[in-house]
Design a protein around this ligand. Structure first.
Ligand SMILES: [Zn+2]
Length: 333
C-alpha cells in the first residue's frame, strides 16, 4: 500500500472546489508513453496549471499501470525540476471497470479513481460506486462516477447510443454514493468520430461538418439540482481540423472526423464543469507531426527525430487548451 501523498500527488477535492468557484476547468489528459507525459508536464509547468494525468484501460493494457504510476511519480519530480515549485498533479484512473481495478489503483498510489458503472442499471451503478467510494475515502482518494451513457468509442469503453443524464436522478445518486464528482452525458462522445454525417449540418462556406450543439439545457438543470457540485465532461476533444487536414494531405485517411467546438467547451468550463477530458486531440497532434517528418525526411529512422517533434506538437496543443479553452493557467502557482 502506497499513499499518493508520499509521491507528491494531490487528489481532486480542493482543485475542483476552486475550479467551480473560479469558472474554469482542469484539464484531464490521457497518457500512454514518455513523450506524451513530458509534453503534459512541460505545458502544465510552463502555464502553472493544475493537471490530471489519466490512465485509461487501453493505457493500462498498452503500458502497464505499475509502470505508468512510477512515471507519474517521476513527473512530479520533473515538474519541480522545470521550476514548478508546488506542482498540482493528480494521477487518475480513467474508466475503472470494477471494484478490484479501482482498489488496486488506490493501493498503488493513484490519487483519484473513476468507477464507470454507467452501463449498469441505476441501483447497481449506485451500489458499485458506493463500494468504491467507501474504500477510496479511507485513503482520501477522490472518486468520479458516471451517470448517463456516452456514445462512441474510447479505448474499450463503448456504447451503441448516447443517453443524456437525467437531471432528476443526480441528487439521489450523488447523495447515496458519496462520489466527489460526476461525469455526465450531454452530447459529447469518445474518439475522433463523435458524430455521423447525418447528425451534423454542413457549413455552406467551408463545406465542413458542423456537429450538433451540446445539451446546455441538461447541464444547467443538473447544476440547479446540485449547486457547486463538480461535473466532468468526457469525450471532449475538438478534433482540430488543421491536424485532420494535414494527416489526410500526408497520406492519412480520417474522413469526417469532427469534435466538440472549443467555444462550447469554453462555455462549459465557466459552469460547474470542472474537469474536461482530452485524449483524441493529442493523438491527432502526434500523428500529424510524425507524418510530417516521414514526408519531409523519408530517410529518417531515429525515433527521437520524429517522437521529438510529436512531443513539441502535443505540448503546443496542451498549452492552447489550458490557456484558451479551459482557463486553468496560473491556477497552481
Ligand atoms: Zn471517457
Amino acid at each position: 500500500m502506497v499513499s499518493y501523498k508520499d509521491l507528491g500527488l494531490v487528489n481532486t477535492r480542493e482543485m475542483f472546489a476552486k475550479a467551480v468557484a473560479g469558472g474554469y476547468a482542469i484539464p484531464a489528459f490521457n497518457f500512454n508513453n514518455m513523450e506524451q507525459l513530458q509534453a503534459i508536464i512541460q505545458a502544465s509547468a510552463e502555464t502553472k496549471s493544475p493537471v490530471i494525468l489519466q490512465v485509461s484501460k487501453g493505457a493500462r493494457n498498452y503500458a502497464n499501470k505499475t509502470l505508468l504510476r512510477y512515471m507519474a511519480q517521476g513527473a512530479v519530480e520533473y515538474a519541480k525540476e522545470l521550476g514548478w515549485e508546488n506542482p498540482q498533479i493528480v494521477l487518475h484512473l480513467d474508466h475503472g471497470d470494477s471494484f478490484e481495478t479501482c482498489k488496486s489503483c488506490v493501493d498503488l498510489g493513484f490519487s483519484s479513481v473513476m468507477i464507470d458503472a454507467s452501463s449498469l442499471p441505476y441501483e447497481e451503478n449506485i451500489a458499485l460506486t458506493k463500494k468504491v467510494v467507501d474504500y477510496a475515502h479511507q485513503f482520501d482518494v477522490t472518486v468520479e462516477a458516471e451517470l448517463g451513457v456516452l456514445a462512441g468509442v474510447e479505448d474499450e469503453v463503448s456504447a451503441a447510443e448516447s443517453h443524456y443524464t437525467k437531471p432528476e436522478e443526480v441528487i439521489d445518486f450523488a447523495t447515496r454514493t458519496g462520489c466527489d464528482s460526476l461525469a455526465i452525458s450531454i452530447g459529447t462522445s469518445h474518439g475522433a468520430y463523435k458524430f455521423t454525417r447525418e447528425q451534423c449540418t454542413v457549413d455552406p462556406k467551408t463545406g465542413r461538418l458542423v456537429p450538433p450543439p451540446l445539451a446546455f439545457d441538461v447541464l444547467h438543470e443538473i447544476e440547479k439540482k446540485l449547486p457547486g457540485f463538480p461535473i466532468v465532461l468526457h469525450g471532449s476533444s475538438s478534433v482540430p481540423q488543421e491536424y485532420v487536414d494535414e494527416i489526410n494531405a500526408l497520406g492519412g485517411k480520417l474522413p469526417d472526423a469532427v469534435g466538440i467546438p472549443e467555444e462550447q467547451l469554453r462555455e462549459a468550463s465557466k459552469s460547474a464543469v470542472c474537469k474536461i477530458n482530452i485524449d483524441s486531440d493529442s493523438r491527432l497532434a502526434m500523428t500529424a507531426a510524425i507524418r510530417r517528418v516521414f514526408h519531409d525526411k523519408p530517410g529518417e529512422f531515429d525515433p527521437r527525430k520524429y517522437l521529438g517533434p510529436a512531443r513539441d506538437e502535443m505540448k503546443k496543443l496542451y498549452m492552447h487548451k489550458i490557456i484558451n479553452v479551459l482557463g486553468s493557467d496560473g491556477k497552481a502557482e
